[in-house]
Ligand binder design. Sequence first.
Ligand code: BES
Ligand code: MG
Ligand code: ZN
Length: 465
Amino acid sequence: MEIKFISDVKKQECDILLVNMFEGEETSNDIANEYALKQDKFEGKFGTTYLLPTYDKQPAKKVLVVGLGKKEDLNNNKVREAMSKAVKKALQMKAKSLTVDFEGINLDYADMISEGAMIADYAFDKYKTEKKDRLETLYVNTDEALTKKGQKRAEAMELTRNIANEPAQYATPEKLAEIALSLGLETKVYNRKECEEMGMNAYLAVARGSAKEPKFIHMKYIPKNPKKRIAIIGKGLCFDSGGMDLKPASSMLTMRDDMSGAACILGVMSKIKEFAPNVEVHGIIAACENMIGPDAYKPGDILTAKNGKTIEIDNTDAEGRVTLADALCYACELKVDEIIDIATLTGACMVALGTHASGIMGNNDQLVKKLIEIGEKSGERYWEMPMFKEYFDSLKSEIADMKNTGSRWGGASAAGLFLKEFVTDDVKWAHLDVAGTAFIDKPIKEFCKGATGIGVRTLIKYITK
Ligand code: BES
Ligand code: MG
Ligand code: ZN
């Protein structure tokens, strides 16, 4: 989809002209006012649309009136959702070109218009012989700089969604490394031997059951005189079979999505040079697969992480936290000011919050609050899970410093407390558990089934704010 900036949207020839209507108010379009508003009493309620033919009276073939609800209730999320709804409707009608005539909001909400359109236009159809219908052109008279910001975020999401949707047979640790190396950043990929030398024995143990070599990826964006230094870490389990504690078939089915955190980091890093924030950003991924195999790690094994702490493996399916342990230690050694990790970490978080919010935890209230606030405006909701120290009780081990899992109860919080063991106190840290939000089994709002690109907008906005 190409976005073209034009000065007179009313004169543009196209398949469909989108016109906004606030509840009960006139629009900027005669046909819409005459027929939708006056004749058919279309009210412009949020989430509703109304389609009108133009019978050659206007350059557009059709007008789609988009209800935006009450003017005073308008916000980012509503504009994005309304825009995506309009695009979905247009796609159903096989439209190829759309013109946006959203009077009154074309400046302030310009990025929501481009972002919403692009999210809705997305499809993962590379393996289908018959491709999905897509838009070719979006004509706008919106604020150009802001529109492009939304467009760049949506492009980052598209990369993230493509990587996360890709079957595990192709999206291997090596492939993630290849993508990272193609982003034009200073990037170091460590192989198994190099990770061994760095003492990442927790991460490597998880990788041992797989025939695919683990790849520890470190992408760097280093501007001159950065105001702060951040590490963003993504869980990179290219496939999670559960390991020796094998998952049942129904739970394993979508476990190619277990690198959604990593895919998010790749999406963010792919656009970082264009956004050019005055912040140093380290993108880190400990990529591997959790498989069964002759050398797979086993329940009861004791592993030593990079910081010297020992972990008794209680369940090989709680592998994400074991890989993240070493990644967090690695990031702390960079002496960054802040670390944000994003992970499809626990089924427990999905049980608690469903698919409409991701879990968030951390060791710094301000950082957690800031991320929640940014997420709310970005269409990515976070809900704070408690970090009461008692949740660690179930992780206590007789023979090691901790177990990787203990009780079924409070699983998201226990996982958060496990991760905290690998974060030094001098660094601000937040953990996003996106198990329920990264990959959906039915469409939600602007998103189709499959990968959502969760985290991309929050991290980009946080870094560039
Ligand atoms: N990758 C899963 C978590 C997950 C579940 C992500 C559902 C997306 C959807 C993780 O590695 C896992 O298997 N966690 C276990 C932990 C348990 C053994 C303590 C879980 O949640 O069941
Ligand atoms: Mg698992
Ligand atoms: Zn996993």
